[in-house]
Design a protein around this ligand. Structure first.
Ligand code: GUN
Ligand code: ZN
Length: 434
């Protein structure tokens, strides 16, 4: 782990605010010839190279990149580690997809050797794609979370994860009980929550697979420990929503189920929300909860189009999720490519600076970690990327025609993918080199 000072010179771009709140121009800082200084795993300075170079000791090591862009590490606010082996499974919408592909694939994660092997692949894949923090679903097995956190801890990654709680409407081989899910989650919280840069998320899969007893105990865990996260799914698919109405006829709607069991709050992140109504968005915003916008998944599973302008109207925190394996790419650049199309199909636009915000500072805000990650302000964790303008022949040629950073950024998000990520740094250490 490098605890010494080192500087990185390149074009540097980061979000400093939500364009929906301050306008595009005030939402970012761009240094055409910038310098990022890292000290002990944290960022100690950021600015124009011409201003900062004279202030540095003569012997400081400086890495100088030509034709590259330094950005904060990407933040994936919704992904399933045990679905790595089934990404891109053909033909079904949510409920059939879960039964046909997802549950059988997740059943293997009680086995330590298997969970360790996939955790290694999964973490490498995150870093290859420039994702330095993710909010991750495990499987129902505590082992899945142990394997993932062990892999993340080795690299000192800021990672959030939880064991799925699921005590009904799933195959017997994959269900826990309300009591065992509480006990197992508690043991994982005691072992991992707050250890290094790791955090725990209480993880009821979604309302249909938890009994009222289990949802009650999930809510209880949140009151027992400070700063715990809660992650689940909401209003993704129309058949799912009808099913929730049948299972919880006494509740006003899907969100009201989670509200009743005290699962809303500042560290609660709900994936999808494709079919939320105005009142539900308002209630999510009121409680400080966040939504994870997962465009590749919403296309792939035929779920629908997320209404980002409605979320913005309510000042709802929104992060970006890949939702692998319902989503089809680990790349948040590719996820933004699809997010742009989601907006186009609704007659709206997604500016490249809003996209950058969603993949970085917006995600950090959804996770209440904006003082630590999501931008490159001095004092932040040194989690950052070097994006290569020459990653592919087409990207190289296309970027030669770009006239400004807005165009460059948009092309990176449209043509870019894992190949674009030349290096990934976490806590100041090089954790991926293409
Ligand atoms: N709803 C409940 N479980 C899942 C899951 O694994 N993936 C997605 N996309 N939606 C879900
Ligand atoms: Zn999901």
């Amino acid at each position: 782990m490098p605890l010494t000072r080192k500087a990185y010179r390149a074009a540097i771009l980061h979000s400093i605010a939500d364009p929906a709140e301050v306008g595009i121009e005030a939402s970012y800082e761009y240094f055409e010839d910038g310098l990022l200084v890292v000290d002990g795993g944290k960022i100690s300075a950021l600015g124009h190279a011409s201003d900062l170079l004279p202030t540095l000791p003569a012997d400081i090591e400086i890495e100088h990149y030509q034709d590259a862009l330094i950005t904060p590490g990407f933040i994936d606010t919704h992904i399933h580690f045990p679905q790595t082996g089934m990404v891109g499974a053909y033909g079904e919408q949510l409920l059939d997809w879960l039964n046909t592909y997802t549950f059988p694939c997740e059943s293997q994660f009680g086995d330590k050797a298997h969970a360790d092997e996939v955790a290694d692949i999964f973490v490498k894949e995150l870093l290859r794609n420039g994702t330095t923090t993710a909010l991750v679903f495990g499987s129902v097995h505590p082992q899945s979370v142990n394997s993932l956190f062990e892999a993340a801890e080795k690299l000192d990654l800021r990672m959030i994860a939880g064991k799925v709680m699921m005590d009904r409407n799933a195959p017997d081989y994959l269900t826990d009980t309300a009591e065992s899910s509480y006990v197992d989650s508690k043991a994982l919280i005691e072992r991992w929550h707050g250890k290094g840069r790791l955090h725990y998320a209480v993880t009821p899969r979604f309302a249909p697979t938890s009994t009222p007893e289990q949802l009650t105990l999930a809510g209880q865990l949140l009151t027992e420990y400070p700063d715990l996260y809660m992650q689940t799914h909401i209003s993704e698919n129309l058949k799912e929503i009808e099913w929730v109405k049948e299972l919880f006829p006494e509740r006003k709607g899907y969100l009201d189920v989670y509200d009743h069991y005290k699962l809303l709050g500042e560290r609660s992140v709900f994936a999808h929300g494709v079919h939320l109504c105005d009142d539900e968005c308002a209630r999510l915003a009121e409680t400080g909860s966040a939504i994870s916008f997962c465009p590749t998944s919403n296309f792939f599973l035929g779920s629908g189009l997320f209404n980002l302008p409605m979320a913005e109207k309510h000042k709802l925190n929104v992060g970006l999720g890949t939702d692998v394996g319902g989503g089809t790419s680990f790349s948040l650049l590719q996820t933004l490519n699809e997010a742009y199309k989601v907006m186009q199909l609704q007659g709206a636009r997604l500016s490249p600076f809003k996209s950058l915000y969603l993949a970085t500072l917006g995600g950090a805000r959804a996770l209440r970690l904006e003082d630590k990650i999501g931008n490159l302000q001095p004092g932040s964790d040194a989690d950052f990327l070097v994006l290569d303008y020459h990653a592919t022949p087409l990207l190289s040629y296309r970027l030669k025609q770009a006239n400004n950073i807005a165009e460059t950024l948009f092309v990176l998000m449209t043509l870019g993918d894992d190949r674009t990520v030349q290096q990934t740094y976490a806590a100041g250490a090089l954790v991926h080199q293409r």
